[in-house]
Design a protein around this ligand. Structure first.
Ligand SMILES: [Zn+2]
Length: 853
């Protein structure tokens, strides 16, 4: 539906002639509890000015029906004004009052106003999600970030419900069977940041107060909400502790009082992303309410998201990018500040290790696709914008900012940021506005830095080149830079050697600037050759690293002996890149995991090793070596599970890894025994989430009947239970199960987003790729229809999720190429997804070839 796709040019033209004074939005959602009701009433009153009186403009609105349109008291014919995606009005005055009454649709895709019915108790819950451009599914709006305005929401809802929005509720009055909630008018904000959350949510309240520099006291009422049926799992204390630590920290650093009144954090069902920074009303995926035991990495991850969203109150909400090209202005900052604040202000002191190991892996992966882009991107329209919430915009941008702090100095950096907030409060900015502020406070010209890091794409590869003399002393150590345009890197190099107890410890560290293709590190000449040379030690820059042969030998025999957890994490990520790049045979990587993962102390690093090892086995192992690799991992999982401390996070992580790798009779019997209660591992609680993981193992192995799986659902009749059941049924290794999963997603659009994901995840299980091989041709046949007919969120899930990634053969690669050649004019965002899938396939084939030799 091309008309849905607002372009940058159109947005620019609108902003050139319009300014918006206010929106008043009334939503009546009393119909939500009736499953037969598909729509709710939405009334928008927008007051705006035009510098071109007499001209026409349009508002964005995706609604089944527009009932009435009036401009400055003049009724317009809705049939003429509304084309399904836009309301066009002409004869503008200098100052205008436009009223649009519409019936908008409840959503099941997580876009717009999502409606969810809790299977546990039958209660209905609503919440909105708008970024980048779905406010127009709920009310008529100028859907672009630079037409900010104050919003006043009123919401009519069932009497037993509570309603949350950006502003505080000022009054609630009873009307008929319902109640009308009046919310305080917001400060000027962008449409994608508005929010409404409504339903019988469980709420925990608290407050934060702080003495400001001018002697006044800032009070911020706090609330945390989740569905009633999750209330018993809701650890609001921990969430609010991190919240207060964050508020303290950001006030110290930003020197700009939190501008949006209260701060609600709502955990909502079937959420497509991690969280969204709606000012005063942040929404989170409710999987952050842990209903079974999780490792500390999950708590760390949640704290990171809480702080990321909070940083957005300033970066993104107070000061907002003009258009989606500069999405990085908010996302890179929030990603960077999330980890920065975590280390500075909370108990999660390993955040930079997690960042180096997990976040940067996301960036490196994305940055090597043919579709990569500079951090400051070229976003032509909303489809482009939707796909740009990626590893470049978040993690690469954050890495680059981390480096910028080192480059201009911490004080100059935060001084610049403070200037930027004060200067652009409630406004919109582009790259130059931020650079300008930082140049003023640091006294440095950042043009070259920005050109090298923000305006080019790709990741550099740094390789040490070491020569030694007959006595084993370094005669020269040089750093080679490869991979696209060379960039300036501030780089630490660590030399590691054996300690008296055999551990590998750093003996020397030098910090240098690498700029060209080859940089000689003079100060290391004459030193004895170390056991290990580690480039980018301390993770100062953004690059992939390699090892010299001698260091690689050390790692093969003793990777686990590196005592520093960050150095070890960097090493793990480098050997993962060697494997993905088809330089290290997959069997060697799996062998490293088998030997050294058991001693990995960082739980987050261990969990990413588990994930990467599974990926390596299913995609990068030579087909004839898969069975052997699978046995190796399963035996390792069992051994480490038995060795792990009872009740520890490590024990839980290894139990899950066993569930994911179990193959032979012995392992499957143990899985079955754990479920039946006939086998136990001391200290391991087989709670509900772990039970579903174990059921998935049996389902994939063809050892779980549908009746038995449904019996598990009867015991766990929850939203999460339904998703797990769907996942398990789609994973059953029969042609019928695969056909049913495919059909449920492709032949109907009735499924909610969460069940679309579950069907796809089950269908795509790699164990029995023979059962899905026949779907490759069908996949390429339906692509364009899916793209044209589904909402973008669901289309992205289908195109990305059903891509035949596990069919790692030349025929599938050829099928992807054929489609790409035949569809040069397909939507760029669709082509981007196919190009990325195609690149994954080509990479897998290279890695498999390396593993074959
Ligand atoms: Zn964000």
């Amino acid at each position: 539906m091309p008309g849905k796709n607002l372009s940058r040019d159109e947005a620019q033209q609108r902003a050139d002639v319009l300014s918006v004074d206010s929106y008043r939005i009334h939503l009546d959602v009393t119909s939500a509890v009736d499953p037969a009701a598909a729509t709710f009433r939405s009334t928008t009153t927008v007051e705006f000015r035009s510098s071109a009186p007499g001209s026409a403009t349009f508002l964005d609105l995706l609604a089944p029906t527009v009932r009435a349109v009036s401009l400055n008291g003049r009724a317009l014919d809705p049939a003429a004004a509304f084309d399904g995606v836009r309301v066009t009005v002409d004869g503008l005055a200098e100052r205008n009052v436009l009223v649009i009454e519409a019936d908008c649709a409840y959503s099941r895709t997580g876009e717009g106003l999502h409606r969810f019915v809790d299977p546990a108790d039958g209660e209905t819950y609503l919440y909105t999600h708008f970024e980048p451009a779905d406010a127009r599914r709920v009310f008529a709006t100028f859907e672009q970030p630079d037409l900010k305005a104050p919003y006043t929401f009123t919401v009519t809802a069932p009497a037993a419900w509570d309603v949350y929005s950006n502003g505080a509720d000022e009054s609630v009055e009873t009307e008929g069977d319902g109640r009308i909630w009046h919310f305080a008018t917001t400060r000027p904000i962008s449409s994608y940041l508005t929010a409404v959350v409504a339903g019988p949510y469980h709420v925990v309240r608290d407050s934060y107060s702080r003495k400001l520099a001018d002697g006044t006291t800032l009070e911020i009422p706090l609330a945390a909400t989740c569905r009633k049926s999750l209330a018993r799992y809701f650890d609001a204390d921990e969430i609010l502790t991190v919240t207060k630590q964050g508020l303290d920290y950001f006030h110290e650093e930003f020197d700009y009082p939190y501008p949006f009144g209260k701060y609600d954090q709502c955990f909502v069902p079937e959420y497509n992303i991690g969280a969204m920074e709606n000012p005063g009303c942040v929404t989170f995926r409710e999987e952050f309410v842990f209903r079974s035991k999780v490792t500390d990495a999950a708590y760390e991850g949640r704290a990171n998201v809480i702080l990321h969203e909070m940083a957005h109150m300033w970066f993104g909400d107070l000061v907002t990018m003009k258009w989606w090209d500069d999405l990085w202005l908010k996302e890179s900052f929030a990603d960077f500040m999330g980890s920065y604040a975590q280390v500075a202000a909370t108990r999660y002191r390993s955040a930079w290790i997690t960042f180096a190991n997990r976040r940067k892996a996301w960036a490196y992966r994305q940055d090597q696709f043919p579709t990569t882009h500079p951090i400051t991107a070229d976003i032509r329209d909303l489809e482009d914008a939707k796909l740009n919430f990626d590893g470049i915009t978040y993690a690469k941008g954050a890495s680059v900012l981390k480096q910028l702090v080192a480059y201009v100095g911490r004080d100059a950096f935060f001084d610049g940021v403070r200037q930027y907030f004060k200067r652009h409060a409630f406004g919109n900015t582009v790259l130059g506005d931020l650079l300008g502020a930082l140049e003023e406070t640091s006294g440095r010209d950042l043009t070259a830095w920005a050109a090298a890091w923000l305006q080019t794409s790709g990741v550099n590869l740094l390789t040490p080149q070491v020569t030694v003399d007959a006595e084993g002393r370094i005669t020269e150590l040089a750093v080679l830079q490869d991979g696209g345009t060379p960039r300036p890197h501030r780089l630490a190099i660590g030399l590691y050697d054996r300690d008296t107890d055999g551990s590998l410890v750093r003996t020397h560290r030098v910090e240098i600037d690498v700029t060209g293709a080859r940089t000689v590190v003079a100060e290391l000449a004459g030193l004895p050759r170390p056991a290990l040379v580690l480039l980018n030690d301390d993770d100062l820059t953004y690059c992939k690293i390699r090892f010299d042969d001698h260091s690689l030998e050390t790692l093969r025999s003793s990777l686990g002996d590196i005592t520093d957890p960050l150095a070890r994490a960097l090493t793990w990520s480098a050997v993962w890149n060697l494997t993905r790049d088809g330089v290290m045979p997959t069997r060697d990587y799996l062998s490293l995991v088998e030997r050294f993962a058991g001693t990995e102390s960082q739980i987050g690093v261990l969990q990413s090793l588990h994930q990467q090892a599974r990926g390596a086995l299913s995609l990068y192992a030579a087909p004839e070596r898969r069975a052997e690799g699978g046995r190796l991992l399963a035996e390792c999982a069992l051994r480490e599970l038995r060795a792990a401390a009872p009740g520890s996070d490590h024990q839980l992580a290894w139990a899950r890894f066993l569930a994911h790798t179990a193959t032979g009779t012995e392992h499957l019997q143990l899985v079955g025994g754990l479920l039946a209660g006939t086998a136990r591992i001391d200290g391991l609680e087989v709670d509900q989430e772990l039970r579903w993981e174990l059921w998935l193992t049996l389902a994939c192995a063809g050892q779980a009947t549908e009746a038995r799986l449904r019996a598990e659902l009867a015991q766990d009749n929850t939203a999460s239970g339904k998703q797990h059941l769907t996942h398990c049924l789609a994973a059953v290794p029969t042609a019928e199960a695969k056909a049913a999963a495919w059909s449920a997603v492709i032949d109907s659009d009735e499924l909610p987003n969460a069940l679309v994901e579950a069907q796809i995840a089950g269908f795509a299980q790699p164990d029995r790729r023979d059962l899905t091989a026949g779907y490759t041709a069908r996949y390429f046949d339906v692509l364009e229809t899916v793209w044209a007919q589904r909402s973008i969120e669901i289309a992205v899930k289908i195109v990305g999720g059903f891509f035949p990634r596990v069919q790692t053969d030349v025929q599938t690669l050829a099928a992807a190429d054929t489609w790409l050649t035949a569809h040069p004019d397909a939507a760029p965002a669709l082509r981007r997804l196919v190009l990325e899938g195609r690149d994954d396939l080509a990479r897998a084939l290279r890695a498999q070839a390396c593993d074959q030799v």
